[in-house]
Design a protein around this ligand. Sequence first.
Ligand SMILES: O=P(O)(O)OC[C@H]1O[C@@H](O)[C@H](O)[C@@H](O)[C@@H]1O
Length: 281
Amino acid sequence: MPRASISQQTGFAHLTDLPCIKLQYGAASAVISLYGGQVLSYQPQPDTELLWVSPLASWQQHTPIRGGVPVCWPWFGAVAPELNPQQQPLPNHGVVRTKLWQLSGQTQRPAGVSVTLAVTLDDLAFYQGSVTLTLCVELADTLSITLHCSTAMLQQAALHSYFAVENISQAAVQPLPLTYLDKLSGGMVQSDSSCAVFNAEVDRIYPQAGETLRLQHAHGDIAIRQSGHDAAVVWNPWRDKSRQAADLADDSYQQFVCVETARLQLHDAAELTLVQQLRRL
Ligand SMILES: O=P(O)(O)OC[C@H]1O[C@@H](O)[C@H](O)[C@@H](O)[C@@H]1O
């Protein structure tokens, strides 16, 4: 069995007081923050980081950590009216990005190591009773992230991954459906290319995105396998929004691309199992 371990660590990068868990499997490692239940680092080998965390990220005053793999739940983006019966001012992308999750399980097997984090909420205005959401992170030859809720309820979710890229102008995501919702204009767009490139702000929802996407960039490609989703979201804030965001540096937009595995349907009360699996190609 390759060298494998699961350990607690305090701090990640400049977030020196952040409670985290580190997974090691052979040469590969991953770091997960208990705050937000958020994977912050995936290195398939030492010095090869697939994820991006903003140098200006913070986790004080209920701020979500900008980077890694934030968990959006139980809504994506601005809260939908169905999930906000009292029309309260509610945060973007749900409420679990700023919760402290608990470590609820761990396994070490010859084929990989994994931890499960859990968070329980009993104050959702649109759902009576308590609901538990779990995040299982398994490190093996790939990194698999599984978000699960066994309660059949109205819920949206996204694994909002920030991928590090060397040069945004050489980054591309494909194959994507030809039809997407452009969140910037609010309209559906019919494209003639299944490839998204980045030379301006991009904020797109691709309904019915496939099971495998490829993020191409200067220093090697990443395969993103997904399941349980009904959409993929591709986002880069570009220059103006990087400048406006307190937790992004002016040039941060050159350093990452978000490719998000999302389930956005609000037609049915249903359980949730959303998976994103990452592999360096
Ligand atoms: O600033 P936040 O809440 O982390 O959101 C970042 C972005 O997340 C993306 O998923 C959305 O499509 C964008 O519209 C949004 O700006």
